[in-house]
Design a protein around this ligand. Structure first.
Ligand code: PMP
Length: 393
């Protein structure tokens, strides 16, 4: 194994006798040794419930949990760690915002894009908001001159990077437009936090959400950044840990972030996000971005060179995922055959049915990249596609 892959023990294995090429990183990333060891060591040495205990282990767990909050806060450029709430993931975070904003959303509009993941669609509909999408051109570039914000628009909720196409949306410009109309902005950073440096101050968003498991950390752990302008939202969840005083008549809440963290969280999972941030920072975010860009552009170029392959989306900036179809072969069959060649890709609608509808397709084959992927992995992908094509012609 070459490059960063050597830090990821799962990648050392062979599947069906071939070195595993893992290209399903938009679904979830693999974990480096340092993250696995952090989780294991935590359970061996410090594990206890947090915030509520006076004993040694509880203090150690609480301290590690709060240190992780500071690390995440610095990583995304928050002004204060109180703006960082831990959640179970992106979906959980968006649902919490939807629930908290529900009174203002009900009967009004949320502006999204046509490439959103279902997680950034369904919660708003459940809050009885109507969705409007920013128009895009045939290459899936957003047409920001056509953004239509009205009195009914109560939130702009957009993905930073599409999990299907890899298109990078200009969230800073969208935020500027929204701010001109005094409309808050939520950024779904599930597909950007692991690829691009983020700074919530610079983006100037009100909410930013992400999942630990897509940035080399555990599942069941995620981030909800809430600008301190929203420090007194109605909490979406009630229970232990988030209260100031409870009586049978009335409850008062803590200040953020605890206000938004009811119940016992996935402590080890959250702490693993600190380890994954350490891992990425040790390599260097710029180095990661450059390496991933090289591999990503190489993959796109090779796919675009192929006859009988359609690649979807062609925006000014792209990273992470590439979606394509073979003219003759159903995406599902491509995925199955690639698997037998040791190449893990994902097939289907990728939880983005509205995008599939606008592309007038049912699904795609998606190759999605992480820092451990290399140009050799891309060669294996292309070789696999060529073999699939040969079998069908
Ligand atoms: N938004 C985007 C852009 C995603 O790619 C995903 C995961 N595929 C989600 C939201 C949901 O993330 P999770 O399943 O970790 O909650």
């Amino acid at each position: 194994m070459t490059g960063f892959a050597k830090d990821f023990p799962i990648l050392a294995q062979k599947v069906y006798g071939k070195r595993l090429v893992y290209l399903d990183n938009a679904a979830t990333t693999q974990k480096p040794n340092s993250v696995i060891d952090t989780i294991s060591d935590f359970y061996k040495t410090d594990y206890s419930n947090i915030h509520r205990g006076v004993h040694y282990l509880s203090e150690r767990s609480s301290e590690r949990y709060e240190k992780t909050r500071e690390k995440v806060s610095d990583f995304i450029g928050a002004r204060n760690s109180s703006e960082v709430t831990f959640t179970a993931g992106t979906t959980d975070a968006i649902n919490q915002v939807a629930r908290s904003l529900e009174p203002s959303l009900r009967g009004n509009e949320v502006l999204v894009t046509g490439v959103e993941h279902h997680s950034n669609i369904v919660p708003w509909q459940m809050a009885e908001a109507k969705l409007k999408a920013i128009p895009m051109d045939e290459d899936c570039n957003l047409l920001l001159d056509s953004v239509d914000i009205t009195d009914k628009t109560k939130l702009v909720a957009i993905s930073h990077v599409s999990n299907v196409l890899g298109s990078v949306n200009d969230i800073k410009e969208i935020t500027e437009i929204a701010k001109d109309h005094d409309v808050p902005v939520l950024v779904d950073a599930a597909q950007s936090i692991q690829h691009l440096p983020l700074d919530v101050k610079d983006i100037d968003c009100d909410f930013l959400v992400a999942s630990g498991h897509k940035m080399y950390a555990s599942t069941g752990a995620g981030v909800l950044y809430t600008n301190d302008r929203f420090s007194d939202l109605m909490p979406a969840k009630g229970g232990g840990g988030m209260v100031d005083k409870v009586s049978l008549e009335k409850t008062t809440y803590q200040e953020p972030p605890l206000r938004y963290e009811a119940g016992t969280p996935h402590i080890a999972g959250i702490i693993s996000m600190g380890a994954s941030i350490d891992y990425m920072q040790k390599i260097g975010l710029e180095k990661i971005e450059k390496h991933e860009n090289d591999v990503y552009s190489y993959a796109r170029d090779r796919l675009l060179e192929m006859d009988n392959v359609t690649v979807y989306g062609n925006t000014t900036r792209m990273c992470g995922s590439i979606s394509f179809n073979l003219d003759q072969v159903h995406h599902y069959d491509v995925g199955l055959m690639m698997d037998k060649m040791g190449v893990a890709v994902r097939t289907g609608h990728h939880c983005a049915q509205p995008l599939m509808e606008s592309l007038t397709i049912e699904g795609t084959v998606r190759a999605s990249f992480a820092l451990y992927n290399t140009k050799e992995d891309v060669d294996r992908l292309i070789e696999g596609i060529e073999k699939v094509e040969m079998m069908y012609t």
